[in-house]
Design a protein. Structure first.
Length: 66
């Protein structure tokens, strides 16, 4: 009986965590798109295309650090 309620609790937690993940990911994508739109017109498409997920961030992170 306890195992069933524990399993139900874990499922609810997973759903909440999954929803939070989707919200944060969408917010980050919007932020990334805003930052890329500030780049020069010839650089923006290159950053958008990227080579992989993390590669898109490099120019933006470098600008923030410098």
């Amino acid at each position: 009986m306890k195992e069933k309620s524990k399993e139900k609790e874990n499922t609810a937690f997973s759903a909440t965590l999954n929803e939070y993940y989707r919200d944060v990911k969408a917010e980050f994508q919007r932020h990334l798109e805003r930052e890329i739109s500030k780049e020069p017109k010839d650089i923006g498409p290159l950053i958008r295309k990227g080579v992989g997920e993390g590669k898109q961030l490099r120019p933006i992170l470098c600008r923030l650090v410098s």
